[in-house]
Design a protein around this ligand. Structure first.
Ligand SMILES: *Cc1c(COP(=O)(O)O)cnc(C)c1O
Length: 360
């Protein structure tokens, strides 16, 4: 089989060495004669896996004791509901910044549960940028301010974070978690569905300041309470054990690769190369304003959209797969998460350039 470069936006590529290790241990974990999937989450072996994953994540994020790390079910979308349920009452106000499809989804869900003020939106500009912080209309008494640090579909990313003072900043970091160092102390809560940068779908990692987990609102089901999950170390019920194990392998890999600083350098280099190729061509176009372009998801269009199918077909024949843009926006999208090697970006650029020549 010739080499496949997988640019899927999610679920997405995992590091080859992680997949090999998982394969080696698939039927026989640590000499037990059975798979990780087939043992109790309360067994000594699994507790060890769980604790190592948390310790590695804490080391990567340089996390202090003021935060819990929770390994949860339900993907990032469940957090759209859990955040308001746990951090606000029905009559409270919460602020959201709308930068694209994922923030819109988070807003829709929060509106079911509390009063939402959309403090800023770039909707009228087709979500081609992050609204400038000085233009945000924040609520003084807001329970939190919610942002989507990277819009996976639109390819818009926060490259700096606002200071929201005493109001906790909450971020959906699903598609750029662990892609760069972050100052966690500036956030009250960070959540990330695993399937973009950390592991298989279904698992969601939540990093939350302990004081925000004291009391969920009335009538909150136990499984949707941060307090309950924290008290039970993410084992109130059976957690997604195999996903947790795989995420642990990825976290170990990240540490060996040099941590988040090394990832940032690598990720920037990949994205800069690709954006440069787009900007110097007459065929490809990035719809996002330069200072707000995402390092993780690079959407682009062809000036002649009728060429897109052929572009994708030839790409596929060259082993470049899953480049089709999201069904809601069309075009092309290359996702360059941590596990994507520079070689993949080089191959993509080569394809883009040779394809452009054939269209002349
Ligand atoms: C993928 C994604 C989600 C949704 O994740 P699910 O696991 O499908 O719930 C939410 N937010 C962002 C930014 C995403 O990229």
């Amino acid at each position: 089989m010739s080499k496949i470069f997988n640019f899927s936006a999610g679920p997405s590529s995992l590091p080859p060495s992680v997949m090999e290790r998982a394969q080696e241990e698939f039927r026989d974990y640590g000499g037990l004669g059975v798979s990780v999937m087939e043992i109790s989450h309360r067994s000594r072996e699994f507790i060890e896996i769980a604790e190592r994953a948390e310790a590695d994540l804490r080391a990567l994020l340089d996390l202090n004791d003021e935060y819990y790390v929770l390994f949860m079910h339900g993907g990032a979308s469940m957090q759209f509901a859990m955040v308001p349920m746990n951090l606000a009452h029905i009559s409270d106000t919460v602020d959201y910044v709308d930068t694209g499809s994922w923030s819109t989804k988070a807003i829709t869900e929060a509106k079911l549960l509390t009063r939402v003020n959309v403090a800023a939106t770039s909707r009228d500009d087709d979500y081609d940028h992050v609204p400038h912080f000085r233009d945000w209309r924040l609520t003084k008494s807001a329970r939190y301010v919610h942002i989507t640090s990277n819009e996976t579909i639109g390819g818009v990313q926060f490259h700096e974070f606002p200071d929201t003072g005493k109001v906790p900043l909450v971020a959906d970091m699903s598609s750029d978690f662990l892609s760069r160092p972050i100052e966690v102390h500036r956030f009250g809560l960070i959540y990330a569905g695993a399937q973009k940068n950390v592991g298989p779908a279904g698992l969601c990692i939540v990093v939350v300041r302990k004081d925000l987990c004291r009391k969920e609102r009335e009538h909150t089901p136990s499984l949707l309470s941060y307090r309950v999950h924290a008290q039970h170390e993410s084992m109130f019920n059976t957690p997604p054990t195999y996903n947790w194990y795989l995420a642990g392998l990825v976290l170990g890999w990240l540490k060996r690769e040099g941590g988040l600083q090394a990832m940032e350098v690598r990720n920037r280099r990949k994205a800069e190369k690709l954006y440069a190729a787009i900007d110097r061509s007459d065929l490809y176009h990035s719809p996002v304003q330069r200072p707000h372009r995402s390092v993780m998801n690079v959407p682009f269009t062809l000036l002649e959209p009728e060429l897109e199918d052929r572009f994708l077909e030839i790409a596929k024949a060259r082993g470049l797969v899953n480049l089709k843009g999201h069904r809601s926006v069309g075009g092309i999208r290359a996702s360059l998460y941590n596990a994507i090697e520079e070689e993949a970006v080089d191959a993509l650029i080569e394809h883009m350039e040779s394809f452009e020549k054939t269209t002349r």
